[in-house]
Write a new protein. Structure first.
Lengths: 362, 313
């Protein structure tokens, strides 16, 4: 098993700089997600790894081997394309057998491998159908089967579920995770959908517009401890307060103009103290909402409810604070008959613990 | 006011309902009616003339031009090796013209689409420009290029490559040169438009799965654009089978082609029924060769893909 390593890679396309000196290491045998907004260059990065496009400068390594100049058909890296790119003139069997036929494997071996894989993918009934006769989910499975039948070292998935509906997407995500667990092939999953990335990834990289890697970590690290406002806002929802850090009576506090000061834990990044502007980020589900003041919380704020969005599992409240800033709060709908019902324009108390705050550079 | 409006509306809805049920009935009881317009067109301009053609090849007319009897006499007249030789000439003219057009046309369309870049539409435009002038004018223009003291010969003579002018005209060379010159766009255009729409990710997927460029061309690009290649082949094969202006003018009428023979019987000898009988035989020959062609192309496609029919057992 070899990891993928990009070193100082730059790429310009049609006069646009996609990457300027990007470096990234993708650990072997993992499910790795590349998450970023549309147009951040994540698909180009994937195409560079696959060899479908050439780098302008920099090197790409697979383990210790420099594969920068290796042509695409020689790389043991396969791609699942966004539009599946199934060969329309070939049957499901021939599509999946394609790479084995090219390698001139024995008929028995091809037949055995393809049939086994198609059975595992619940496609045995459709083995001699043309791709156009299959549903979207089935086509997706054929595309994955075609890419893994030759046992590549790395499987690159380019927004593979973008065209499918939500329920099917959830199901296929679980299947993909199981598949990766079984094969232990390195999976690189490119997506703009944070839900998909958080679900599948062992590690993930967040890319910012302009081809910069903003943060790398486990989904939990990324979600709970984002290192920038961009990551905090791009992965999940969050409430952002602009202000500055102060130390009062030996306690670290965060001062928000026109709102008040809040008790926070001292940040890991001590340079935040010297900066004039900092940001306090708190996730909506980490705030407790109630009509009466509650004890045992480090911070409490008052506000009035301006909107309520019921989504079944949870309810999203929007609360206007006294400085006109809106705060989002998620509350689990744990009971059929909650003790207190919160309605529009109700005066509410928002409370949270200081450990749940993330302090970031402004 | 609103009541009147609503009653009017409901009336309108009722009307529409009636109409739709009327069309439903028409569709149900006369399913043919919907497609009748093109059928009528075909009937008058295709089937009816064909019917007249075939019938007039099997009837004998009296001196006064009245129907006398049914006969196969006209067919018997031309059912000789000489005329089969003529059909063979035409078939081989069509076959070689099509082959040369395909050999030149596919790479041409390919390079315009995949390597043409910004010049793509200009290159296609240049291909079509010759069609703006009359065909006969082209042939005369080529006379000046190919004749004994024409452009090419004087060029070759002046460079000293040859000492005597080459006889270009009245040869198979000039026939095929003109045939390819004239029919090449018919091959290139359908292939061009198919390659233009070709999903690039299929080529990328093939390369990604380990196939090199040659294998990708063979197994993916050509088979997927086979329908366009077929239409190109038919667009060249069918008319060049009946072509007689080019061989007549460029070949010096040394060899006879079906067009020459038909025109001889109909125009020169005033024996139209024999000419028509020959036309019918030619059409049958064309149909048969198209069936063979279709079958052959199917086999070629199978061969290119390298199918896995063994997998079904």
């Amino acid at each position: 098993m070899r990891n993928i390593c990009l070193k100082n890679v730059s790429k310009t396309k049609n006069g646009h700089v996609i990457f300027d000196n990007i470096s990234l290491e993708i650990p072997s045998g993992e499910f790795f997600a590349l998450l970023g907004p549309s147009g951040c260059g994540k698909t180009t990065l994937l195409r560079l790894i696959a060899g479908l496009e050439k780098v302008d400068s920099g090197r790409i390594f697979l383990g210790n081997v420099d594969i920068t100049n290796e042509p695409v058909h020689k790389r043991k890296i396969n791609v699942v394309f966004q539009n599946y790119a199934l060969f329309p003139h070939l049957s499901v069997f021939d599509n999946v057998a394609y790479s084995l036929l090219i390698q001139k494997k024995a008929k028995d071996e091809i037949s055995y491998k393809v049939r086994k894989l198609l059975k595992a993918f619940h496609l045995e009934e459709h083995i001699f159908k043309k791709p156009s006769e299959l549903s979207g989910g089935q086509q997706q499975r054929v595309a994955i089967a075609r890419a893994i039948v030759s046992e590549p070292e790395v499987l690159l998935l380019d927004e593979p579920l973008a065209a499918l509906d939500f329920k099917l997407r959830e199901k296929l995500l679980i299947e993909l995770i199981d598949l990766q667990d079984k094969l232990l092939t390195t999976f690189v999953y490119v997506t703009h959908d944070q839900f998909e990335a958080l679900t599948v990834a062992d590690h993930m990289a967040i890319m910012n517009t302009g081809g910069k890697v903003a943060q790398i970590g486990t989904p939990k690290e990324i979600y709970e401890f984002p290192n920038s406002t961009f990551v905090a806002q791009f992965v999940g929802n969050t409430n952002i307060f602009d202000g500055n850090l102060v130390v009062e009576d030996g306690e670290t506090k965060f001062e928000v103009p026109d709102l008040g000061t809040f008790i926070v834990s001292p940040p890991h990044n001590s340079t935040l103290f010297s900066q004039k502007e900092a940001v306090m980020s708190i996730r909506p589900e980490k705030i407790f909402i109630s009509k009466k003041p509650v004890e045992n919380f480090t911070n409490t704020l008052k506000g009035s409810v301006s909107s309520i969005v019921y989504t079944g599992r949870s309810t999203l409240y929007e609360v206007v604070l006294k400085n006109r800033i809106k705060v989002q709060v998620f509350e689990q709908n744990e009971e059929h008959f909650p003790q207190e019902t919160i309605d529009y324009d109700d005066e509410v108390y928002l409370s949270w613990q200081k450990e749940n705050i993330v302090l970031l550079e402004g | 006011m609103s009541e009147a409006l609503s009653s009017q509306l409901s009336l309108h809805v009722k009307k529409e309902k009636n109409q739709s049920s009327f069309w439903k009935r028409v569709k149900k009881e006369f399913p043919f009616a919907i497609g009748s317009t093109p059928f009528i067109w075909q009937l008058f301009f295709f089937y009816l003339p064909l019917f007249f053609l075939i019938t007039s090849s099997v009837i004998k007319l009296s001196q006064a031009g009245h129907f006398e009897t049914f006969t196969l006499e006209h067919f018997r007249t031309i059912f000789t090796p000489t005329y089969f030789h003529v059909i063979k000439n035409s078939l081989s003219l069509a076959f070689f013209t099509t082959s040369i057009c395909l050999i030149i046309g596919f790479p041409l369309a390919y390079s315009i689409v995949f390597h043409g870049g910004r010049l793509k539409s200009l290159l296609l435009f240049l291909l079509i420009i010759p069609f703006w002038t009359n065909f006969i004018l082209h042939i005369y223009a080529w006379f000046f290029v190919l004749e004994k003291h024409g452009f090419i010969n004087s060029l070759l003579l002046s460079t000293g490559l040859i000492s005597d002018p080459i006889q270009f005209l009245n040869s198979y060379f000039s026939i095929y040169l003109m045939m390819v010159y004239f029919y090449l766009p018919f091959m290139v255009l359908p292939i061009f438009s198919s390659l233009e729409r070709f999903d690039h990710s299929l080529l990328e997927a093939s390369l990604d799965l380990g196939a090199n460029k040659r294998q990708t061309l063979r197994r993916i690009l050509i088979p997927v654009s086979m329908n366009a290649i077929k239409s190109g082949i038919y667009l060249v094969f069918i008319p060049s089978f009946g072509e007689f202006v080019i061989p007549e003018l460029m070949g010096g009428a040394k060899d006879l082609f079906i067009g020459n023979v038909i025109s001889l019987f109909v125009m020169d000898y005033h024996t139209a029924p024999i000419g028509i009988a020959f036309t019918v035989i030619s059409v049958v020959a064309l149909l048969l060769s198209l069936i063979v062609l279709q079958f052959g192309l199917k086999q070629v496609t199978k061969l290119l893909i390298g199918g896995t029919s063994w997998a079904k057992s």
